[in-house]
Design a protein around this ligand. Sequence first.
Ligand SMILES: Nc1ncnc2c1ncn2[C@@H]1O[C@H](COP(=O)(O)OP(=O)(O)O)[C@@H](O)[C@H]1O
Ligand code: SF4
Ligand SMILES: [Mg+2]
Length: 388
Amino acid sequence: MKNNKKKGSSRAQEPQIAVNPEEERARAIETGDFSKFNDEAEALYEQRLRDLQAEADRSLPPDPDALLEVRHLKMYFPLKKTITGKVTLSLRAVDDVSFKLHAGETLGIVGESGCGKTTMGRAILKLYKPTGGQIFFDGADIAQYKSKQMRPLRTKMQIIFQDPYSSLPPRSTVGGILSEPVKVHAIVPKEQTKDYVLSIMEQCGLRDYYYERYPHEFSGGQRQRICIARALSVNPKLVICDEPVSALDVSIQAQIINLLKHLQQQRGLTYVFISHDLSVVKHISDRIGVMYLGSMVEFGSKKSIFSNPMHPYTKALFSAVPNPNPDVKMDRIVLKGDIPSPANPPKGCKFHTRCPVAQEICKHIAPKYREYEPGHFVACHCYPQEDQ
Ligand SMILES: Nc1ncnc2c1ncn2[C@@H]1O[C@H](COP(=O)(O)OP(=O)(O)O)[C@@H](O)[C@H]1O
Ligand code: SF4
Ligand SMILES: [Mg+2]
């Protein structure tokens, strides 16, 4: 075709990578002069480096000790497409997230509303088709599994939602709600279904006469117990708890958290516990991941994250947790502005527009996500970016 060099062709619009981005980057870092720095080219360069890393990591075997291992997970939602279907703008709800979770542990995921917690949980369960990355569950990469391949795994991975009001069918009795998945997945012989359901109800603190009752007859806390019982009825290994107590009264929250902890000990469950409430996460988690605008900015054991929070975003979140000791002065770090749109995230470090300690380099170059103490990962220019 004659026209392939016309102005509007997608090739002509593609931002050009700097002749030698590494040199340009090294020069800017050394001189501290970013005035001629090409941010577009740097963003593309970073993207390519990340893609290359993801490709290189693909062939690595999964960690045999991890029940769940997520590598370079991406979940982009297309916002604009050309008439030929090419995506020209996407919302990067989850952007290159990696972590490992051992069986029987709880990973708490924290971050402000809109930072991608729910999307990540849903992508892990394959309720969305991930845009990229690997999801090893029990040693098998399920990221590209089709729904038929996922079917036998559905019982092994369950989710508990935030809103116990809308997540239960109003016209079924508690017995009906809990029996259905047990029958569909043939968890026990048919004639044992009722006894089995009653035993699950008992474990979840539900009286046996609730069996004939309807969801509307219960309070929020009781409904969440029904949701937990439904998730557990199919014997899962992994449960994603998406803000399971956020809609409940504070007095009820502790009961549900304690129930989840008790069930975990009894059944060896592994939890991904999503919450914006740090005190709840502190109570239940073994490991903590802090998300900002689709990225994991800090990850580590509860002890290392609470005793030594390193990322300025984590520090700001922690500074907002009320201290029960009235003698301890609260030094609250107030973040400026709203969380930016994941459709158009800031260049460089995505947090630089709100970070109280941002430097010039943060506006142009994304920090590396590096391990600073065993199992403690951080992405921030405040810490060495290369091996010393
Ligand atoms: N189905 C969807 N289509 C398009 N955008 C979505 C969809 N689901 C979530 N998002 C967007 O993805 C971002 C992350 O959302 P979410 O995962 O719900 O965050 P969180 O759970 O941390 O509050 C938000 O900007 C949200 O608007
Ligand atoms: S990289 Fe810079 S902007 Fe980002 S968190 Fe660290 S100091 Fe703040
Ligand atoms: Mg959410």
